[in-house]
Ligand binder design. Structure first.
Ligand code: FDA
Length: 303
């Protein structure tokens, strides 16, 4: 079946929107905030923490940033009112970073000021490499006023080890380590899967050894196990790390086991109208999904 899914995955860029919609259902909590509240409550009841993301990135102009800013402010109020155990994840390109850096900062500040008042954690997602310095810059700048904030480090970038060392030097640090999802040039990034995995593990160790909080964001079962063993060997306390996964990736049993073993596990829960680009990324990530879509389509047409 692998070869068949591989052929299907080559067809991914040409898939009609409604077929991608079938995929989206697996990876997003819903289109509306109400649907998302229901999904988060269920995850919280099952013992998972969440971080909620409003889908959308690379807005066409700076004016388009007002809508996501207002949506994030409403999301923060809702998290508080519904007593959800959730932080938020924010992409700076959705706030206008690629158009006007200072206006993007103003937008971001509105969000962190509200989050600060409501005591809700804010994570800045990491986007492609032209924006790494700016993203880390926003993180540093925000942290002078607000402690309940973190960002993301991508294990495939050569620079990541130094970035972490620089951040660890200046006090309390909260980082999510992930492999990295964007296509990056070879002179700045690793392309070999085992090299990336080894670097991921080393970066997690670097954080843990230096008392930085680390979000271990991977569905790679071997890597999860390696990190877990290190955590046990070093007697790392539960307030210093958590495991993180994207909603919809089929690792639910592993995550449930981690929770039952007493580890904190956080789901990344995206929602919103802009589900298309996100679902396409998830589709490209795993050829097997193209097979599920094909199966779902087949079922639809044979009902
Ligand atoms: P890998 O790709 O090796 O996958 C491990 C296993 O999981 C494989 O069996 C694979 O098939 C399966 N799998 C992976 N993705 C799947 C999918 N979509 N559907 C079904 N199965 C799948 N990246 C980034 O650049 N900036 C960011 O801010 C973030 N944020 C982020 C938050 C969280 C909570 C997670 C888990 C991930 C991210 N990422 C990210 C994405 C990350 O960089 C990476 O691309 C994906 O997590 C896939 O890498 P894995 O570590 O899971 O390993």
């Amino acid at each position: 079946m692998k070869w068949f899914n591989n052929i299907l995955s080559k067809m991914v860029p040409h898939m009609p929107r409604f077929a991608v919609g079938i995929v989206a259902k697996k990876y997003i909590a819903g289109v509306t905030l109400d649907e998302t509240v229901v999904a988060i409550k269920k995850l919280n009841e099952d013992g998972f923490l969440t971080t909620t993301d409003i889908l959308g990135e690379n807005i066409p102009d700076i004016e388009a940033s007002q809508k996501p800013v207002n949506a994030y402010l409403e999301l923060l109020d809702t998290i508080k009112e519904c007593n959800l155990n959730s932080g938020i994840s924010v992409k700076l390109s959705q706030l206008g970073l690629t158009h006007d850096i200072e206006m993007a900062w103003d937008n971001f500040q509105k969000i962190i000021n509200k989050a600060k008042n409501l005591n809700i954690f804010v994570r800045i997602d990491m986007e492609d490499s032209p924006w790494t310095d700016h993203t880390l810059g926003f993180y540093r700048r925000a942290r002078t006023e607000y402690q309940n904030i973190g960002t993301v480090i991508q294990a495939y970038l050569f620079r990541s080890n130094i970035d972490i060392k620089e951040m660890i030097m200046d006090g309390k640090t909260n980082l999510r380590i992930c492999k990295g999802i964007y296509k990056e040039p070879k002179d700045i990034s690793m392309h070999d899967r085992s090299e990336i995995s080894n670097n991921f593990f080393n970066l997690v160790k670097l954080c843990l050894d230096n008392h930085a909080f680390v979000g271990i964001a991977t569905h790679d079962l071997e890597l999860i196990e390696r990190c877990k063993i290190y955590i046990y060997e070093q007697n790392i306390t539960k307030d210093k790390y958590e495991f993180q996964a994207l909603l919809g990736v089929p690792v639910r049993n592993t995550l449930k086991r981690l929770v039952s073993e007493g580890h904190q596990v956080r789901y990344y829960v995206p929602f919103g109208e802009d589900w298309y680009a996100y679902s396409m990324r998830r589709l490209k990530e795993n050829p097997d999904i193209a097979g599920y879509v094909f199966k779902d389509l087949f079922n639809i047409f044979h009902k």
